[in-house]
Ligand binder design. Structure first.
Ligand SMILES: Cc1ncc(COP(=O)(O)O)c(C=O)c1O
Length: 393
């Protein structure tokens, strides 16, 4: 089937939603790898199945090293970060527990916590960030109670780009015997993670953003000594006579046939990241971001939300143009300038409430590894053009 739409000339600044385009070498090699090893690994003993299983295991090892974990079997696969956060949050808490989180969270944390609270299983508090969008670890500390079992924190905001001080939060949690789970959806692949050094107990990641893999694959890593109760049960391919889901990792948190195509993609993307370097990608994105934000800040009639500091942040910028609805600005960027952005609340309603940008939200521009300086120049010119033509009220 021919796709009618060819995205020639698009300036894609929606990389926080998903990185686009993915490296060609990852995409092309992915189908090749899958065409050779795409059987159902872990189910049978014939050579092809064993080799397929080796590929899965190798990917667990790569990602475990990448995240600073120690046991590759504790690196388990899920669909994406939302799925992984559900597995972690629902599996880490018990009835009567208190959970502390923050106002900078994505709905993939807010909603699982709200559902558990709504059923009377847990209580939870969302600690506000400071005006810069950073969570002060002392505020987390103040929110802790005797019954607090878990702190869940977003590592990098998909709305305003702030990177949270997770190592400091990790230390204070570890001293008190409280678990820390971190949402790495926006940071894995651009910000180095060392779970051991940062005192993190569990992380959730997604494959399709800066990890540069395809959609439909993500997962979680759970530190040795931390117990996550399985909340989904089914086939594991081994010990089929056992009446209950297996307790050992990786089976404990995985059900049914794995997304082998997605795992092929993650494996190749890990090779790509190792070659190109996470720091080099981050540097490239932040250079473009500094140019974008620096210029947009100078445009009359544009308000940037969150911090404009270039320290401890991701290349994600939220702005509004008073007198224009953010969704109209997004449409003008798209239709008149061929620039793809995300508008509205970006699945993170609490930070918008806090910033006073609810209910209409903001326009978000987010930079990825494929963007160029010329594209940023065009984006700056487009914002200036829209801001210069706000109708008089
Ligand atoms: C901070 C954050 N957490 C979680 C998610 C959910 O990721 P996924 O859609 O891959 O499940 C996103 C996606 O935008 C995100 O930005």
């Amino acid at each position: 089937m021919e796709l009618a739409y060819q995205p020639d000339g698009i300036i894609y600044l929606d990389n926080a939603a998903t990185v686009y385009p993915k490296p060609r070498e990852v995409l092309e090699s992915m189908t090749d790898l899958y065409s050779r090893f795409g059987v159902n690994p872990g189910r049978s003993g014939y050579d092809l199945c064993v080799f397929g299983g080796d590929l899965v295991q190798k990917t667990r090892e790569q990602l475990t090293r990448f995240l600073g974990g120690t046991d590759p079997n504790r690196l388990t696969f899920a669909y994406n970060a939302s799925d992984a956060l559900n597995i972690l949050i629902q599996g880490l808490v018990e009835e009567g527990d208190h959970v502390v989180s923050t106002t900078v969270e994505h709905n993939s944390v807010i909603r699982p916590l709200n559902h558990l609270a709504g059923r009377g299983i847990i209580t939870r508090d969302f600690v506000p960030t400071g005006s810069s969008g950073t969570v002060d670890p002392r505020e987390i500390e103040k929110a802790l109670r005797k019954t607090t079992r878990l702190v869940v924190v977003n590592h990098g905001s998909n709305v305003i780009g702030t990177i949270q001080p997770v190592a400091e939060i990790g230390r204070l949690c570890r001293e008190r015997g409280i678990l820390l789970a971190v949402d790495l959806a926006q940071t894995a692949g651009v910000v180095p993670i060392d779970m051991e050094a940062m005192c993190i107990d569990a992380v959730a990641f997604t494959g399709h953003k800066s990890l540069l893999g395809p959609t439909g694959i993500g997962g979680q890593y759970v530190r040795e000594g931390v117990t996550v109760r399985a909340t989904r049960y089914g086939g594991t391919g081994v010990r089929s006579a056992h009446p209950y889901h297996l307790e050992e990792y990786p089976y404990r948190l995985e059900v049914g046939t794995l997304n082998v195509l997605g795992i092929c993609g993650l494996h190749l993307a890990q090779n790509y990241l190792a070659e190109r370097g996470v720091e080099a990608i981050y540097r490239h994105e932040m250079e473009l971001f500094a140019k974008l934000q620096g210029a947009v800040q100078q445009i009359d009639g544009v308000v940037i939300h969150g911090t404009t500091s270039l320290e401890n942040r991701l290349p994600v910028m939220s702005f509004t143009i008073p007198g224009r609805d953010p969704s109209d600005v997004g449409t003008m960027l798209d239709v008149d300038h061929n620039i793809a952005t995300r508008t509205g609340l970006q699945c993170a309603p609490l930070i918008h409430e806090q910033m006073g940008t609810s209910p209409r939200g903001t326009v978000r521009m987010s930079i990825g590894p494929g963007n160029t300086a010329e594209q940023i120049d065009a984006a700056i010119a487009a914002v200036a053009d829209i801001a210069a033509h706000v109708p008089a009220r």
